[in-house]
Write a protein that binds this ligand. Structure first.
Ligand SMILES: O=C(O)CCC(=O)C(=O)O
Length: 213
């Protein structure tokens, strides 16, 4: 383990938004990575997301439970191969509940969506809000692989005030309550920083959400 001058500790980033470093043990990270590799395979596998303005998102994505496309949910990959979205496994819902309990000390249930984003070294994600769900349950975010800068802002504007948080492999970030609709994004990924024993080149982020649909 790397020696740190300042130990990484659970930190409240904003009201209802908490960063919990090293929440996933290395063995759990490996299991989650193996599952992500399965989910990324076609049909309904990893795809490039096209935005209505004609752009493309640089992080590639696969969904479970409900398929997200800009800016709604569907049961099939309407902007891809047209096949049914892969099922959302119950164990992932349990992981979501456990995460909310640990981070916010509250109960949340009904997790039925996973959005899995894969970032290579050049990928980014612009400031946005997770606003297409009909539930105010907290969003659970799990990171694997390369370290990134995660920018967590406020519900009103894409700009300051925001806090830049370093998310590393195994970190948990939960945002709910007054921060549920806060703008957030990933301005930078640091290539080559994944733990070598994980065997991942790049970064994966898994967000768990309650659709309310
Ligand atoms: O990759 C991340 O850490 C953030 C992902 C994200 O913002 C999203 O899926 O909406």
């Amino acid at each position: 383990m790397e020696a740190e001058l300042f130990p990484r500790i659970r930190t409240d980033i904003a009201p209802g938004a908490v960063h919990v470093p090293d929440w996933l043990a290395p063995a759990r990270q490996r299991e989650l990575l193996a599952a992500c590799r399965d989910w990324a395979r076609p049909p309904a596998g990893l795809r490039t997301v096209r935005t209505p303005g004609g752009g493309t998102m640089t992080a590639r994505q696969v969904c479970l439970g409900w398929h997200w496309y800009p800016y709604a949910y569907a049961r099939t990959v309407v902007d891809g191969d047209g096949t049914p979205v892969k099922p959302f496994p119950s164990w992932l819902g349990e992981l979501g509940r456990e995460a909310v309990r640990d981070a916010l000390d509250t109960d949340a249930s009904g997790y039925d969506i996973a959005l899995i984003n894969f970032y290579d070294g050049d990928a980014r994600m612009g400031m946005h809000r997770d606003g297409d769900e009909k539930s105010d349950a907290p969003v659970v975010s799990l990171s694997l692989g390369d370290t990134c800068v995660f920018r967590f802002g406020n519900p009103e504007t894409r700009t300051r005030p925001y806090t830049d948080v370093e998310l590393r492999s195994g970190d948990l970030f939960v945002f709910g309550g007054p921060s549920r609709l806060a703008y957030h994004g990933v301005p930078r990924v640091h290539p080559g920083t994944a733990p070598p024993e994980l065997g991942l080149t790049g970064r994966l982020n898994i967000t768990l959400r309650v659709s309310g649909l």
